[in-house]
Design a protein around this ligand. Structure first.
Ligand SMILES: Cc1cc2nc3c(=O)[nH]c(=O)nc-3n(C[C@H](O)[C@H](O)[C@H](O)COP(=O)(O)O)c2cc1C
Length: 258
């Protein structure tokens, strides 16, 4: 198995740094190939702008269209091309990051903004009255698995069904569904460490065991059952969920899980 770890934390001796190191060691020991994109260490440029598209950038700039043209003509910058190649190389992509303001750190969002270009991650397939592209279950990254490994300051109860922050599956839905399932990846249930600011050595050994267990079962873990866009669950062209498909009483993001 080939695993890419996209890692976003500025401090190697952090909890996130330890979980990343443990993932590399565990996977390599089990005979898997591992590559790491350590975004802070790489000094990753976090903003999408005209400089990403080489001489083919238009004026006025249109980030979507320009990124697709640069992808087609091979004029994306080498740092973006390298990350796209790593994604195509990988069978599994792990994202290791702390929850910052209910989402990923800006450097990682910037990685998504720049690497998930048009014609690579979106804008693929037929767009018509009967089809709205190859997305949500189909796309360039189909056949790959993705996993969020997230450390969270708040305790589990704050992210429970009735917790003040909203359920963790809802908080992570825009990433799991909107970023990872969108270009076709199968998304595994996240590995979440709660109360991450107050981890004792004892806590860490329990967490490390659980993390190793998840890492060694990446190939057999059942993905989240997001509904494919193009297999009949949605009305066209509105792309609204067909009436009656939702389990009794289900609303919100949960509608899009079978
Ligand atoms: C800028 C910033 C934003 C944060 N936002 C959240 C948040 O939205 N929810 C939460 O539960 N914890 C939040 N935290 C706490 C971090 O998630 C926590 O410190 C981190 O997961 C601990 O891992 P580390 O030791 O590897 O940094 C935030 C911390 C920082 C520095």
């Amino acid at each position: 198995m080939k695993t890419l770890i996209v890692y976003a934390h500025p401090e190697p001796r952090s909890l996130n740094g330890s979980l990343k190191d443990l993932a590399v060691a565990t996977l390599e020991k089990a005979g898997h190939q591992v590559r790491v994109s350590d975004l802070y260490a790489m000094n990753w440029k976090a903003v999408a702008d005209a400089a990403d598209f080489g001489p083919s950038a238009s004026s006025p700039l249109n980030v979507g269209a320009d990124s697709g043209r640069a992808f087609d003509t091979g004029t994306l910058t080498p740092d973006i091309v390298a990350e796209q190649e790593k994604l195509l190389w990988a069978d599994v992509v792990i994202f290791q990051f702390p929850l910052w303001w209910y989402t990923m750190p800006a450097i990682l969002k910037g990685w998504v903004d720049r690497v998930f270009t048009a014609h690579f991650a979106h804008g693929i397939g037929e767009f018509s009255d009967v089809k709205y592209g190859d997305r949500f279950g189909e796309g360039t990254l189909a056949g790959r698995r993705a996993l969020l490994s997230v450390t969270v300051g708040g305790p589990e109860s704050h992210y429970a069904e009735r917790g003040i922050n909203g359920p963790i599956d809802d908080v992570l839905f825009p990433i799991n569904h909107g970023i990872l399932y969108f270009p076709g990846m199968e998304v595994l249930p996240p590995f979440v460490v709660h109360g991450a600011g107050r981890i004792t050595d004892e806590d860490y050994s329990v967490i490390a065991k659980a993390w190793e267990q998840r890492l060694l079962t990446l190939e057999s873990t059942e993905p989240i059952a997001f509904r494919p866009q193009n297999l009949g669950d949605y009305e066209m062209p509105s792309l609204t969920l067909k009436k009656g498909l939702e389990p009794e009483g289900r609303t919100g993001f949960g509608l899009h899980v079978r």
